[in-house]
Write a protein that binds this ligand. Structure first.
Ligand code: DX5
Ligand code: ZN
Length: 217
């Protein structure tokens, strides 16, 4: 085995909402490196999911890091509550603007900062913020729904971003349409973290599904 291991962040969007606590425990035991929460507001994206109280309720069911992906128009209104609910990392979208304020807000709460871009946003737009963030989340589908197909152009974006990041300690996460085949392409392109909903939660064996995304058997 050579090269570094990719990390896996299962997205609860594809989990069984009727048994969320069980799902969180199962996927933690199966080797999840992070638990990914897709918070939506019906405005920034045309869908609604769960809010902060749900995250807070589930916090005591696992020790795995919580990565909260805020697909909302006003992340500033949720950041404090996310931190209180036990988020370890809070990811906001570049497209909502006020990026510098949002970053310092998250930093002031001593949480890791993620910055996400939609498929049509250029990686070059991230340049001014790279010195201030811990991870970039590249959306490889239009945000809003699970189960969509991976947009192949994301692979070029991973390579370009890796180049921009250079020696800085910033992780590249890829979110949307990740299955064992697209996962391999992302790993080869240089992704550090793969976020996956359907290809984990719609499988019988979560540990096997996670291993398959890491490139194991
Ligand atoms: C989409 C979300 C993703 C999504 C991924 O808006 O950000 O995290 O849940 O789901 P799959 O893996 O099914 O594409
Ligand atoms: Zn997400």
């Amino acid at each position: 085995m050579w090269g570094k291991m990719v990390q896996i962040a299962p997205s609860l969007l594809a989990a069984d909402f009727a048994h969320l606590a069980k799902e969180v425990q199962k996927v933690s035991k199966a080797g999840a490196d992070y638990i990914h929460w897709d918070v939506m507001d019906g405005h920034f994206v045309p869908n609604l999911t769960f809010g902060v109280p749900v995250i807070q309720t589930l916090r005591s069911y696992t020790d795995v890091s919580f990565d909260v992906h805020l697909m909302v128009e006003r992340p500033d209104k949720l950041i404090d509550d996310c931190a209180l609910a036990g988020a370890d990392q809070i990811t906001v979208h570049l497209e909502v603007g006020q990026t510098e304020n949002l970053i310092s807000h998250i930093q002031s709460l001593h949480k890791k900062v993620g910055l996400s871009i939609k498929p049509k946003t250029k990686v070059a737009d991230l340049i001014p913020f790279l010195p201030m963030i811990d991870w970039v989340l590249l959306m490889s589908v239009e945000p809003g729904f699970g189960g969509q197909s991976f947009i192949p152009k994301t692979l070029e974006k991973i390579v370009a971003l890796k180049d921009l990041i250079g020696r800085k300690k910033i992780k590249i996460a890829v979110d949307g349409g990740i299955n064992p085949i697209t996962a391999e392409a992302c790993r080869l392109a240089g992704a550090d973290v793969l976020i996956a909903g359907s290809s984990i939660f719609h499988q019988k064996n979560y540990a096997q599904a996670i291993q398959a995304l890491k490139g194991g058997r």
